[in-house]
Design a protein around this ligand. Structure first.
Ligand code: AMP
Ligand code: MG
Length: 414
């Protein structure tokens, strides 16, 4: 019999896990395929943006000095000497009381230092009048106002989101240096497990954890290898784990990690000589969650209970994989919200409750036992109730971890 397990706090468990993460290295990926990856190099402006001073409006480029003294009673007239759209450059240098009609995005012509918006002008054929004085640089989009050449814009380790893609495109990157994604395997264990499309049989259930983890990885942009489900048989399981270790950087198993008669993962870690980082966490659900390292493979032993499995992934697997990719924001974003209902149950250990957060308040997503599937489906967040607390009442403020947000935060902070 295994010696009694010593629970560690959630924060300590998270710390132990991410401490082990080694960098996967980087590779060049096409810009179009870079969404969701982690930037491996800092992104520095290679030129000013914009790289020429341009008009932010449809209007007329003038010399501001020519507008001095203009008022409602003293309108000043300009003659239009050229007409350009975005992408065009006027060959004209404007003279006194001359203007170039230009469209949004067009380069400011020589001799001009302000733009009169159409709405600020009264047009009369090839001339127009204005009724106010313009300051130099008024209504201009100045060269370098967005970014200046050499400026660090996005640090290495950032999540590549649509805005990052816009930036990469701005600087002409057809290829991007992104972190390699760890090779991740999923192995669902349990004699009771049926394939998803199999008809139900007495005593058996369909494997929902495998496909769920596949999707949790997918929303991190990480593909995975799915190993055939294993029954609770030590030798067969051990064989598959050994094989998976050769093929992956990280193997996620579900089930068999507790102290039941058919829970063989603890024995497997022993046979592998794995370094078990922890095998009990002071949390609900998922107290039996185990993380070990064998050779250079992470072994995540998640509980078979669906809600525990789901939570274990989000709390431990996610930050570890992000750290392997050199990401700077490892943790789920968190907020506080007003509890919309009573949660009377005391919390001897930190409790994670699948929940629905609407931007202001938060409520449980329904049936919330560790074996629940429905509340995982309904929830978009996790309420965190610290260990050692009594029940909570509607109106109390509670911590909430947000799920499915592309980019997390730097600090664990719970
Ligand atoms: P275990 O962690 O193996 O003790 O399993 C705990 C509970 O989760 C049991 O009721 C299992 O039947 C159930 N379970 C285990 N694996 C899965 C799975 N892949 N999908 C859905 N439920 C599972
Ligand atoms: Mg089992």
């Amino acid at each position: 019999m295994e010696k009694s397990r010593k629970p560690v706090s959630v924060a300590e468990a998270v710390f132990r896990v991410i401490e082990q993460a080694g960098y996967t290295g980087s590779e060049s990926v096409p810009l179009a395929g870079s969404y969701g990856r982690i930037l491996a190099e800092p992104l520095t402006a290679t030129h000013d943006v914009p790289h020429f001073t341009r008009s932010p409006y449809d209007g007329y480029a003038i010399a501001a000095a020519d507008s001095a003294g203009a008022s409602g009673d003293h309108r000043i007239s300009f003659t239009v000497v050229d007409h350009i759209g975005a992408g065009e450059v006027s060959q004209v240098t404007i003279g006194a009381f001359e203007a170039v009609r230009l469209m949004t995005g067009a380069a400011l012509p020589a001799g001009a230092d302000a733009v009169v918006m159409f709405e600020q002008a009264v047009e009369e054929g090839r001339t127009f009048t204005i009724r106010k004085t313009f300051a130099p640089q008024e209504n201009l989009s100045l060269q370098g106002e967005d970014m200046t050449s050499g400026e660090l814009i996005v640090p290495a380790g950032s999540f590549i989101h649509p805005g990052t893609i816009a930036l990469l495109a701005t600087f002409g990157y057809g290829q991007v240096q992104a972190a390699k994604r760890p090779v991740v395997g999923i192995l669902s264990t349990g004699t009771e497990l049926l394939e998803v499309t199999a008809p139900l049989e007495p005593g058996k259930i369909r494997n929902s954890n495998g496909p769920m983890i596949f999707a949790q990885l997918a929303r991190m942009g990480i593909p995975c290898r799915i190993y055939d489900t294993e029954a609770d048989q030590l030798e067969a399981c051990l064989l598959t784990v050994r094989k998976a270790m050769e093929e992956t950087d990280c193997l996620i198993t579900t089930g068999g990690v507790s102290v039941g008669d058919y829970d063989f993962l603890p024995e497997i870690y022993k046979r592998l000589g794995a370094d078990v980082l922890f095998n009990k966490v002071a949390m609900r659900p998922g107290s039996v969650t185990t993380v070990a390292v064998a050779g250079d493979t992470y072994l995540f032993g998640l509980s078979g209970n669906p809600s525990a499995c789901f939570t274990g992934f989000e709390l431990f697997v996610r930050p570890a994989l992000l750290k392997m990719m050199g990401a700077d924001k490892l943790y789920l974003p968190r907020t506080t919200a007003v509890l919309a209902e009573d949660i009377p149950k005391a919390n001897p250990f930190t409790r994670f409750i699948r929940a629905v957060y609407d931007g202001t308040s938060v409520r449980s997503a329904g049936f919330n036992k560790s074996n629940a599937v429905s509340s995982i489906a309904r929830g978009n967040s996790l309420i965190v109730l610290p260990g050692g607390t009594r029940g909570y009442a509607a109106g109390d403020r509670v911590d909430v971890l947000l799920l499915g947000v592309e980019e997390g935060v730097e600090e664990w902070g719970l």
